[in-house]
Write a protein that binds this ligand. Structure first.
Ligand code: ZN
Length: 257
């Protein structure tokens, strides 16, 4: 499948499998986010072909097979179509700001099987290479579900964010222990809900400070848990979720300056 005249941007990529689904980056000339996805399809080869099919109008810069093989689909300086509608830190055009990696995995609909070791090792190598070359901040290495809560679940709560962090990729704190303390949940209102929404917005999540724990807020809490408190993903802002969020805010590398 090697296309000899097209060079990969990353030395971690072992082949180039060009997708026509890309355009000019808008506004910002260089990517400053890395977005991780799962394919959510039973068969990796079918997923790859879909991302290269003009009819799909979707793509990503990189594709990582279960065995760890890495294909580049879209040049990094082009705007790949992986994130769709979303928002992070007030920015809605995630595709113009990011590099996207699709990780072959059947996803929640396929029972969310664990990511094979060989695959994760190559995801880490690829992500490290990308964040180093583009100087992407750790807290801007995100899940698709972080930038599109409620609409997307990938790469899911079985994705090993702690391991990526240990390898120098992404922002992470050990999740606070889960206890039986009361939670904020659907329908709650008032100052604690306002504080929750303020903290989530401050971290970057697209959330309206309504003061009420509405459906949209519950979706953001769920997305937060998928990434940062994966042992329990239930949309309830319990003490562990709130403490983990506070610790993340306090330890943001950019918060130091
Ligand atoms: Zn995705």
């Amino acid at each position: 499948m090697m296309t000899p005249h097209v060079r990969a941007d990353s030395p971690v990529a072992t082949e180039v499998f060009p997708s026509p689904n890309h355009g000019e980056r808008r506004g910002s000339p260089r990517p400053d986010m890395l977005i991780l996805h799962y394919t959510g399809m039973p068969d990796a080869r079918q997923a790859l072909e879909w991302l290269c099919n003009p009819a799909s109008e979707v793509s990503a810069h990189y594709f990582v097979f279960e065995n760890g093989d890495v294909a580049q689909l879209v040049p990094e300086d082009r705007r790949a179509w992986h994130a769709g509608a979303g928002s992070w830190d007030g920015e809605a055009d995630i595709n113009s700001r990011s590099i996207g990696i699709e990780i072959a995995n059947p996803g929640h609909d396929g029972g969310l099987p664990p990511f094979p070791e060989a695959q994760i090792a190559r995801v880490i190598a690829l992500a490290r290479d990308i964040v180093d070359r583009w100087s992407i901040a750790p807290e801007r290495v995100l899940a698709h579900s972080d930038v599109a809560p409620g609409r997307k679940q990938d790469p899911g709560e079985r994705f090993p964010w702690a391991r990526l962090h240990a390898a120098g990729v992404g922002h992470w704190v050990d999740p606070a222990p889960i206890s039986d303390a009361p939670s904020l949940s659907r329908g709650d209102q008032g100052r604690p809900v306002d504080e929750l929404q303020t903290m989530l917005a401050s971290y970057g999540y697209g959330i309206t400070r309504s003061g009420a724990l509405d459906e949209a807020t519950e979706a953001v809490v769920t997305a937060f848990q998928r990434h940062f408190r994966p042992a329990r993903v239930d949309g309830r802002a319990d003490a562990s979720t709130l403490a983990t969020l506070r610790n993340l805010l306090a330890s943001r590398p950019s918060a130091a300056g």
